[in-house]
Design a binder for this molecule. Structure first.
Ligand SMILES: Nc1nc2c(ncn2[C@@H]2O[C@H](COP(=O)(O)OP(=O)(O)O)[C@@H](O)[C@H]2O)c(=O)[nH]1
Ligand SMILES: [Mg+2]
Length: 306
C-alpha cells in the first residue's frame, strides 16, 4: 500500500507553531481514543520539547472502555503524562479540562494571568469539537471530512484560558503501514485514499481476532468465519450486497461494514493497544534498518562495477 496520502505543508505548520510556542503554557495533544498511537503526529514530541502537555483521548464513546483505561495507565505510568478520555456525550467532562489545565500550570505570584493553551492533533480527531465545547458555543468549524481547520484561531474562554487552534496541518504517522490502515478504518483518512475493500480486509482481520462476537451478533452468524473473504461473502449475502449474477459485491459490503464500524454500530471498538504499539515500533525500526542495509549494498555494488 502506498502511503503518500498527505500533501506537504508540514514545514509551514512547524514554522507557524514554533513562532507562537514561546507564549504557550500548555499543550493539549488530541488523540482518537480508538487509535491513540496511530493518530499521533510524529512531530509533536520534537516541536513541543519540554513544554507541559496533556493527552486528550476523544470519541471515547466509540472506543473500548477497557482499552481506553489501558492507554491512560500506560501514558501515566510509562511516560508520566496526564491523559483524559472525553466524549461529546459528556460535555461537562470536557469543560473540566479547564480546571485540569490550571492545576497543571501553577501560577506562582501571578494568579490572574491568562493561560495560553494550544490544541494540537491530526485532522479529524475532534479538535474543533473540543474547542466549541470548551467555549460553550460554535466557533471552530467541524466536519466529517478531514482537513477543515486551516488558519490560526484564538478563542478566549471564561475561566482564564486562551485557546489556540493548531495553525496549519499536522499529519499522522505514515511510517507504519498498519497505522495507515487504522486511520483509514476510523475514517481519519479520506475515503478516496485507499480502496474500501482493502481497508475492510484489514478491519475484518482484526475484528475476527479481537471482537469476533460483535461480528457474529451484528450479522447473525451461527459460526465465526475463518477468513476475511469468507466473512465478507456471508455478510454481503445477508445484507443483500449482490452484484451481477447474484455474486457478492465486495466493495459494497466493505463500505457498509466500515460505515457501521465508524458509527459505533458494531459496539465500542479500539483498534490498537500499547503492547501492539511497542511491537510495531520495533518492527518499523527493523524494516528501516533492513532498507538502509540494502541501500548500502546497492551503493557498494555500483561502486564495484565502476
Ligand atoms: N462519536 C463522536 N464523534 C465525535 C466526537 N468528537 C468529535 N466527533 C466527530 O468527529 C468529526 C471530526 O471532528 P472535528 O472537531 O471537525 O475534528 P478536527 O478536524 O480535529 O477539528 C466530526 O464529525 C465530529 O462530529 C465524540 O466525542 N464522539
Ligand atoms: Mg478542525
Amino acid at each position: 500500500m502506498a502511503i503518500q496520502w498527505f500533501p506537504g505543508h508540514m514545514h509551514k505548520s512547524r514554522k507557524a507553531i514554533k513562532e507562537i510556542l514561546p507564549i504557550i503554557d500548555l499543550i493539549i495533544e488530541v488523540l482518537d481514543a480508538r487509535i491513540p498511537y496511530s493518530s499521533e503526529n510524529p512531530m509533536i514530541d520534537e516541536i513541543c520539547g519540554e513544554k507541559k502537555r496533556i493527552k486528550v483521548l476523544t470519541k471515547s464513546d466509540l472506543a473500548d472502555p477497557e482499552l481506553t483505561s489501558c492507554w491512560i495507565n500506560y501514558y501515566k505510568n510509562k511516560h508520566q503524562i496526564t491523559t483524559q478520555a472525553v466524549t461529546t456525550e459528556k460535555p461537562d467532562q470536557i469543560r473540566q479540562l479547564s480546571q485540569l489545565c490550571h492545576k497543571l500550570v501553577p501560577q506562582n505570584n501571578n494568579q490572574h494571568k491568562t493561560l495560553n493553551v494550544m490544541i494540537m492533533g491530526i485532522p479529524n480527531v475532534g479538535k474543533s469539537t473540543l474547542i466549541n465545547t470548551l467555549a460553550g458555543k460554535s466557533i471552530a468549524k467541524t466536519g466529517n471530512e478531514p482537513a477543515i481547520t486551516k488558519g490560526l484561531q484564538k478563542i478566549k474562554l471564561d475561566d482564564g484560558i486562551m485557546l489556540f487552534d493548531t495553525p496549519g496541518m499536522l499529519w499522522p504517522k505514515v511510517e507504519n503501514e498498519k497505522s495507515g490502515y487504522r486511520l483509514a478504518t476510523t475514517g481519519a483518512i479520506k475515503d478516496t485514499a485507499i480502496s474500501h475493500d482493502d481497508v475492510a480486509f484489514f478491519a475484518v482481520d482484526y475484528l475476527l481476532k479481537t471482537y469476533p462476537e460483535r461480528l457474529a451478533e451484528r450479522f447473525s452468524l451461527a459460526e465465526i468465519p475463518a477468513t476475511e473473504i469468507e466473512f465478507l461473502e456471508i455478510a454481503g449475502t445477508k445484507r443483500g450486497c449482490l452484484g451481477r449474477g447474484g455474486r457478492v459485491d465486495i466493495e459494497r459490503i466493505s463500505t457498509l461494514l466500515l460505515n457501521e464500524l465508524r458509527s459505533g454500530q458494531l459496539g465500542q471498538i479500539t483498534l490498537e493497544t500499547p503492547e501492539m504499539m511497542e511491537q510495531e515500533l520495533i518492527d518499523v525500526e527493523k524494516q528501516k534498518a533492513e532498507k538502509a542495509k540494502k541501500e548500502e549494498e546497492r551503493k557498494q555494488q555500483r561502486k564495484n562495477k565502476k
